[in-house]
Design a protein around this ligand. Structure first.
Ligand SMILES: Cc1ncc(COP(=O)(O)O)c(C=O)c1O
Length: 396
């Protein structure tokens, strides 16, 4: 029965698929390759810095826009990696993870009736945030297996009410990393129609095969209309600390900061001080992160291919999308239930990332941000999947 305490805006969304699948994994004693959190700890030097920050007395409310030393460190990072200049006083803010950054950005900028373009599959909090703001979502599908943007469709979808395009690169769940050509074409469209771009780049430091992450704000003419969101949770394997970053021109930052003051006010003080140390990590840290995840990606890709999944090799992020049609299930939810309860491996049914569900019905998302032994055990269990025999009729 519907819960009428939930507002009409929130009713369509129900509980998060991540919470649901993690619960199902626990209830079934399954290996959890559903939710995108590492099953290993973040670096010792950052943990030690957190203990020191607590003992040094950083235990009261932090500066509402973020600890100044952390904002300065983030400014230096954007300059060093991408040549982007952000003023830490006015253009960089620390929010409670990318999740708060997404929600606060959208609810601070989108008015009732404004339209927001979302590419599907999308991160599940985008449509919720747009809807809570009173905005209207417009969807453009990135279709398996190449996940290309249909620019013609995008042009046709834009109208006088369109205010924002939401982009996610590297992309969860497909592993796509948007190319400079794609970003330039998108940028031309955004400029032509005077649109804001919210660019979710939480996996910016996880790309493979020499693929370079291109921040949307580095595309000519886009810095002044782009809000870049990132998360220390992904880069430093500390998802539980919920430290997210928002970089945007001063006027847009002021809007986001206004919302943030009334949602969270300030992010955990000691953890922000500790994260300053994270940003002091040498270049070798980022290289090791890539090698570390590349091995896991390769292992998981081989496991899935050997079992009979059709996969798209991810260029970034720590997810793989796979087609399960060889196993003969009707839809992704049914397949994931079977996978969790019988094979004892939990994964995400990705229709929860689509408005046009038919595009995700034969797909499943696996997270490979897990220990070697977790992935090895999952491989043993997944080898128990049995391919559906091709019928005589189909074979002919
Ligand atoms: C694309 C994307 N954006 C945002 C988030 C949320 O990040 P955080 O944990 O910092 O709130 C995630 C987490 O999985 C994500 O995959």
């Amino acid at each position: 029965m519907a819960n009428d305490y939930i507002t009409k805006k929130l009713q369509p969304f129900g509980s998060s698929i991540f919470a649901e699948m993690t619960k199902m994994a626990n209830d079934n004693n399954a290996i959890n390759l559903s939710q995108g959190f590492p099953d290993f700890d973040g670096p010792e030097f950052i943990k030690k810095a957190a203990c020191e920050a607590i003992m040094a007395g950083h235990n009261q409310y932090a500066n509402t826009f973020g600890v100044p030393a952390l904002r300065a460190a983030i400014s230096a990072k954007y300059k060093k990696f991408y040549g982007l200049d952000y003023n830490p006083e006015t253009e960089i803010s620390i929010l409670a993870g990318a999740t708060e950054a997404i929600f606060t950005t959208i609810t601070s900028i989108i008015n009732e009736g404004d339209e927001v373009i979302l590419f599907e599959p999308y991160y599940d909090s985008y449509p919720v945030s747009v809807t809570m703001a009173g905005g209207v979502c417009r969807y453009i599908t990135l279709e398996f297996p190449d996940f290309k943007i249909d620019f013609e469709k995008l042009q046709k979808t834009i109208n006088a009410k369109t205010r924002m395009i939401v982009l996610n690169t590297p992309h969860n769940p497909t592993g796509k990393v948007f190319t400079s050509d794609e970003l330039e074409t998108l940028g031309k469209i955004a400029k032509k129609h005077d649109l804001i771009i919210m660019s979710d780049e939480v996996y910016e430091h996880i790309t493979f095969d020499g693929t370079k992450h291109i921040p949307t704000a580095t595309i000519e003419g886009l810095r002044d209309r782009t809000i870049t969101i990132s998360s220390t949770g992904k880069t430093f394997s500390m998802t539980g600390w919920k430290i997210g970053t928002v970089c945007a021109p001063a006027k847009i930052s002021a809007a986001v900061r206004t919302g943030h003051q009334y949602v969270i006010f300030a992010v955990a003080n000691a953890f922000q001080h500790a994260m300053v140390k994270g940003f002091e990590a040498p270049d070798s840290f980022y290289k090791e992160l890539l090698d570390f995840y590349a091995k896991k990606r390769d292992f998981m890709a081989k496991t899935l291919t050997d079992c009979g999944f059709k996969i798209v090799m991810p260029k970034g992020s720590y997810f793989i999308m796979a087609d399960f049609t060889n196993f003969g299930f009707d839809n992704d939810v049914e397949f994931c239930k079977y996978l969790t309860s019988e094979i004892k491996v939990a994964a995400i049914p990705p229709t929860s990332f689509y408005y046009n569900k038919k595009y995700g019905e034969k797909l499943v998302r696996f997270a490979f941000c897990k220990k070697e032994e977790t992935l090895a055990m999952a491989a043993v269990r997944l080898s128990g999947l049995v391919k559906k025999p091709v019928s005589a009729g189909a074979a002919r």
